[in-house]
Design a protein around this ligand. Structure first.
Ligand code: HEC
Length: 233
């Protein structure tokens, strides 16, 4: 009797191993980045949470850095670099049943992003919860970006905080680039890498990595700020 039970357990472990191994392979062979993100057509409604504008930036800069849920590492088999992939951990309409939401609200060592990284802010958690509750759509809208505003504090800094800082801070300087201070941002502004990477010009690494390209208005703001002398204004 004991032996039969033991065999069943071993068979279970073997099956589980194959399921995990197969899943890994599927994820590894699949390298597309955010296909089918709709072109923004509508103005942003204050009551709606938009995937391309609000959710992807949070996930790419807090979860897809090197060594985590990117195309290369996909830690625990989880790759969060596109809408389709993120949806594997989302039950549209039900945040409490969605793995993506459950792991970010945990308070123990299992929470994501894991310690020593800081947890998501309560505002970011609430946005993810609301987006899932509203059906977790692959939606996007034309934001309130204004090309006549191109100061460091008014446009460049807030954009870096939302879309770049998770991968470019002193603890995690992607490509050895830290964008947490004005002086550091000024270096990449002056050497052409800031504009080259966000405009995704040939010869530069396209930024934001593992995410959706900045909208034209944001790229123009950065370009104008640099052209006006990259000041700390
Ligand atoms: C998911 C992590 C991640 C995000 C988000 C991200 N970066 Fe990067 N960035 C990297 C890594 C890693 C590199 C090193 C090159 C590479 O691996 O592509 C890099 C390289 C760069 C470079 C050097 C490019 C070159 O061609 O030498 C610049 C400039 C840069 N990032 C700016 C930004 C800006 C601005 C944003 C936000 C709009 C951003 N990054 C968002 C990870 C990221």
């Amino acid at each position: 009797m004991k032996n039969i039970k033991g065999n069943k357990i071993i068979a279970g472990i073997v099956i589980l191993f194959f399921v995990i191994a197969c899943r890994h392979e599927i994820l590894q062979n699949n390298t597309e980045i955010n296909p089918g993100t709709p072109v923004p057509t509508s103005n942003c409604s204050p009551d709606t949470v938009y995937f391309a504008n609000q959710i992807m930036p949070i996930i790419s800069s807090n979860c897809t850095m090197s060594g985590c849920h990117d195309n290369i590492t996909h830690a625990d088999g989880v790759n969060l670099t596109s809408y389709t992939r993120i949806m594997r951990y989302v039950v549209a309409g039900n945040a409490n049943e969605s793995k993506l939401f459950k792991v970010i609200i945990k308070s123990d060592g299992d929470r994501m992003p894991p310690p020593p990284m800081p947890p998501l802010s309560s505002e970011q958690k609430a946005l993810i919860q609301k987006w899932i509750s509203q059906g977790a759509k692959n939606n996007t809208c034309i934001g309130s970006c204004d090309t006549t505003v191109f100061t460091y504090s008014g446009s460049v800094r807030p954009l870096i905080e939302t879309k770049c800082i998770g991968c470019h801070n002193p603890a995690n300087p992607g490509g050895n680039i830290d964008l947490s201070t004005y002086n550091a941002v000024k270096i990449v502004a002056l050497n052409g890498k800031l504009y080259g990477s966000v405009a995704q010009l040939p010869g530069y690494s396209p930024m934001p990595k593992n995410s959706i390209k900045l909208i034209d208005c944001e790229i123009r703001q950065i370009q104008k700020w640099i052209a006006a002398g990259s000041q700390n204004n």
